[in-house]
Design a protein around this ligand. Structure first.
Ligand SMILES: NC(=O)c1ccc[n+]([C@@H]2O[C@H](COP(=O)([O-])OP(=O)(O)OC[C@H]3O[C@@H](n4cnc5c(N)ncnc54)[C@H](O)[C@@H]3O)[C@@H](O)[C@H]2O)c1
Length: 356
């Protein structure tokens, strides 16, 4: 154990606190994955097991965790894998975790909105957050479970009730909206550059892996706001392109739900997005500050308590909220329209905890 860690353990012992509240932090990050046997959980577990920064991957689900853990533990990467099944084993799964990723809950079927999942998923997130509040109050919590616009306020209210809320440590994962936007923009601009090559006007095409598109707001319908005016490398869009791309990004989840025809929602792209975000949190814990879009408690936009913008991540989670930046008139209209919708979603989550 390093000297600072020893000092922390000693300080905890002296103050009468349980040493359990001391996290492994940058030395050997523990990531807990709740909902690990699901459509997202399994491929996300695979990606986290391959992440060289993860020292311990704790898999939790209400069913099938031992099989997933046995399978993943045969992969020759360094992360130790442990299995935890059912509520009695939840405490051990999240105890001492540095990062807790939550994809536990039911996904959409065709015809459903994310809000239609509220009745089932609100209770799942509330109950998980109640145990996290006791076992691992300092963990960074990344919530994938929909409706994210409401489940983040739900977890936050539970942590507030327990007296351990830190707004810098609770995140709604909106990375998939960013990933999709980057894929769609790169695809559109690559196609355009191909046309120009045939007319001998050769422009450099977009590399999807180097295209950056900030997405702000929330994670449902009109609250998903891609900032096409801020794409890097700098990219010009016609008004017609913006009018087509924006709703495609907002409805991209439904595209997958419909294509899966009742078999669930995005799992593989979500696993990639979840692993990317978890890795960013772990890098932050290790002192490697980096910027990601995430739905967090925020004062970035007036009149709404939670909003996704680019945020700087560091050792304590959110280090700085970077705000929406300079937006176009079209984007400002979308931001304004998202506020009442987000407030409805947030109020629903808060009322769920306060009324229970
Ligand atoms: N944030 C995003 O961008 C995004 C994208 C896609 C899906 N999602 C959401 O992620 C969630 C999971 O989707 P999925 O496709 O993996 O669903 P799934 O049904 O395939 O898997 C969910 C898993 O959660 C487990 N589970 C249920 N109750 C639990 C509890 N109390 N504790 C622990 N685990 C529990 C189930 O046993 C199952 O293994 C859904 O709510 C979906 O809407 C979010």
């Amino acid at each position: 154990m390093s000297l600072p860690a020893k000092a922390l353990v000693q300080a905890a012992a002296n103050s009468g606190l349980r040493a359990v509240s001391v996290r492994h932090s940058s030395q050997a990050p523990k990531v807990a994955l709740l909902g690990a046997a699901g459509g997202i959980g399994q491929p996300l577990g695979l990606l986290l097991k391959q992440d060289p920064l993860v020292a311990h991957l704790a898999l939790y689900d209400v069913v099938n965790t031992p099989g997933v853990a046995a399978d993943l533990s045969h992969i020759d990467s360094n992360a130790k894998v442990t299995a935890h099944t059912g509520p009695k084993e939840l405490y051990a799964a999240v105890e001492n975790a540095d990062v807790i990723v939550i994809p536990a809950g039911v996904p959409r079927k065709p015809g459903m909105t994310r809000d239609d999942l509220f009745n089932t998923n609100a209770g799942i997130v509330r109950d998980l957050a109640a145990v996290i509040a006791k076992a691992s109050p300092k963990a960074l919590i990344a919530i994938i479970t929909n409706p994210v616009n409401s489940t983040v306020p739900i977890a936050s209210e539970v942590l507030k009730k327990a007296g351990v809320y830190d707004p810098k440590r609770v995140f709604g994962v909106t990375t998939l909206d960013v990933v999709r936007s980057q894929a769609f923009v790169a695809e559109l601009k690559r196609l355009q550059s191909t046309v120009r090559i045939h007319t001998f006007l050769c422009f450099q095409g977009h590399d999807a892996s180097k295209t950056v598109v900030p997405v702000v707001g929330g994670h449902a319908g009109i609250t998903i706001i891609p900032l096409l005016s801020q794409v890097t490398p700098s990219t010009k869009f016609s008004e017609e392109e913006i009018a087509k791309l924006t709703p495609r990004i907002q409805d991209a989840g439904t595209e997958v739900v419909n294509a899966k025809a009742g078999a669930g929602s995005a799992t593989l792209s979500m696993a990639l997005a979840g692993a990317r975000f978890a890795n960013a949190l772990v890098r932050g814990i290790k002192g490697q500050k980096n910027v990601q879009c995430a739905y967090v408690a925020s004062d970035a936009v007036k009149g709404v308590e939670y909003f996704s913008t680019p945020v700087e991540l560091g050792p304590n989670g959110v280090e700085k909220i970077l705000g929406v930046g300079k937006v176009s008139a079209f984007e400002q209209k979308l931001i304004d329209a998202s506020v009442p919708e987000l407030n409805k979603n947030i109020a629903k989550g808060v009322a769920f905890v306060k009324g229970n």
